[in-house]
Design a binder for this molecule. Structure first.
Ligand code: MN
Length: 265
């Protein structure tokens, strides 16, 4: 099988060690692609969950082995820990088996655009939700994941394609829409203040490419519910891919042709 070549691949929120991690789809994507630069944009291993509920699956180890194999083939691999693998942040600046650990990175696209790359939890709103509300949120998230798993195993048995349930649910909840919009705005305005052309992050499990008046907000999504990766083509075009079995372009995917943006000042 010939692999699809990308200049860069950005993936995050894989949550290895969490039952709902879609490791098999991710393995399929990694084995079908090659790239010059691979950015692991946080929440790769869910150390936080592993501490509470130790659980592991062979596919999850295979994903880690694949990352090391990719680095060994000469791809620059950068691992930017997120809040669920924050324990790895203390190794920032070090290199393990060809994988560089960093708190954030600057990616220069083939078209010369400069993107800040970070997990994104630093943009969480300062207002903390009450603990009881966070518990309800955790419960709902678990419920959506379980429902997602059941609906999709049914779809698979019927020979239909994987459908991320939670995108549909989140988009129908006004509070979720507001949360996503406010997060995006904080990320994009910080990128503008610091003179970047865009910011590439993950964290909120909602893949998206959005132009905030000349500054790009790019979220690579997750591999728990949506199975999305942000890829940079050889000409610098960025695209959000949905990968479950066969490659699909998600409804919300936008390929962004280089001339579409005004040059950043
Ligand atoms: Mn996160």
């Amino acid at each position: 099988m010939s692999r699809q070549r990308f200049r860069s691949i950005f993936i995050s929120d894989i949550h290895l060690g969490l039952r709902d991690c879609q490791a098999a789809y991710l393995l399929d994507f990694l084995r079908a692609s090659t790239c010059e630069r691979l950015y692991l944009v946080g929440d790769i291993i869910d150390l936080e969950n592993l501490e509470r509920r130790p659980w592991w699956h062979g596919d999850h180890g295979a994903v880690l082995a694949e990352f090391f194999a990719i680095a060994a083939r000469g791809t620059h691999v950068t691992y930017i820990p997120g809040n669920h693998d924050a324990a790895l942040r203390r190794f920032a600046g070090q290199r393990f088996a060809g994988i560089d650990i960093a708190l954030e990175a600057v990616h220069v696209g083939a078209d010369g655009r400069r993107y800040r790359v970070s997990h994104g939890d630093e943009f969480d709103s300062g207002h903390r939700a009450p603990v009881w509300l966070m518990r309800v949120g955790d419960f709902l998230q678990g419920f959506v994941c379980t429902a997602n798993r059941r609906v999709n195993s049914l779809l698979r048995r019927l020979g239909l394609r994987y459908r991320p349930l939670s995108i549909a649910i989140k988009l129908r909840i006004a509070a979720a829409r507001r949360f996503i919009r406010e997060f995006e705005t904080r990320v994009a305005s910080a990128a503008r203040d610091d003179g970047f052309d865009g910011h590439i992050c993950g964290h909120i499990h909602y893949g998206r490419i959005e132009n905030h008046t000349g500054v790009l907000y790019l979220n690579d999504g997750d591999w728990v519910e949506h199975c999305t990766a942000l890829v940079e083509h050889m000409d610098g075009t960025l695209e959000l891919l949905h990968w479950t079995g066969q490659q699909r372009r998600l409804g919300l995917t936008q390929a962004l042709a280089s001339p579409a943006l005004p040059a950043a000042a």
